[in-house]
Write a protein that binds this ligand. Structure first.
Ligand code: 5GP
Length: 194
């Protein structure tokens, strides 16, 4: 997606620890026109999959996911990271190891929103080692719903998440795949889906 790659190149800041900072259009200040285009791109890719729900993880997945859900005309559910007072038999739960924070946390989705028979599209802002996506897949599996695919805004192709998910036969579509990045340069992979 050319507009996205242009914004990553012009506004992305590569931090020393392999983290790309995109606060100016995705993770803090959100560009609604870009989000609208992202929603349309994911719609084009996944419109024939019979999707009934979009699933993401709070907080930064919500913006691209809500625009995708709007195009697909289905509800968006975001998995919560906060501890809930509700007992775990009211929610599906999974563990995720955070790449950016270097620690584990639990994610949860209320059982009333993810139903057996749902066909779910996962949307997230970044794909690095695939731990967030794995946790979301786990919630879907626990609910008895089926996974239609995963839409990622920015995949860091030099980390193992994309390969791990695709090896499992999961359909992963990333709008921009970063092949390499340094403080001076960001390069993209040409093909966006394998
Ligand atoms: P993974 O679970 O695939 O290792 O990492 C994906 C999650 O970590 C995403 O939901 C995203 O919030 C965060 N993340 C991973 N890498 C980056 C990065 O380079 N920049 C930002 N802003 N977030 C990242």
């Amino acid at each position: 997606m050319d507009l996205l790659k242009k914004m990553i190149t012009e506004k992305g800041i590569v931090l020393k620890d392999g983290v790309l900072k995109v606060d100016s259009f995705l993770n803090h200040c959100i560009d609604p026109q870009l989000m609208k285009s992202i929603g349309k791109e994911f719609y084009k890719k996944f419109k024939d999959e019979g999707i009934t729900k979009v699933l993401t993880l709070e907080t930064s997945g919500i913006a691209p996911a809500v625009f995708t859900a709007l195009e697909l005309e289905v509800p968006l559910i975001f998995a919560k990271k906060t501890q809930s007072k509700n007992s775990s038999d009211l929610a599906y739960e999974s563990n995720v190891h955070s790449f950016t924070k270097g620690k584990d946390y639990r994610i949860r989705v209320s059982k009333e929103y993810l139903l057996k028979g749902d066909r779910v599209l996962i949307i997230d802002d970044f794909l690095a080692n695939g731990q967030a996506a794995k946790g979301l897949c786990d919630l879907i599996e626990k609910s008895g719903a089926s996974l239609a695919g995963i839409g990622i805004v920015i995949e860091k192709g030099f980390q193992k998440g994309g390969a791990l998910l695709r090896e499992k036969g999961i359909r992963v579509h990333s709008l921009a795949i970063i092949e390499n990045m340094s403080e001076k340069m960001i390069s993209f992979r040409n093909e966006e889906e394998k």
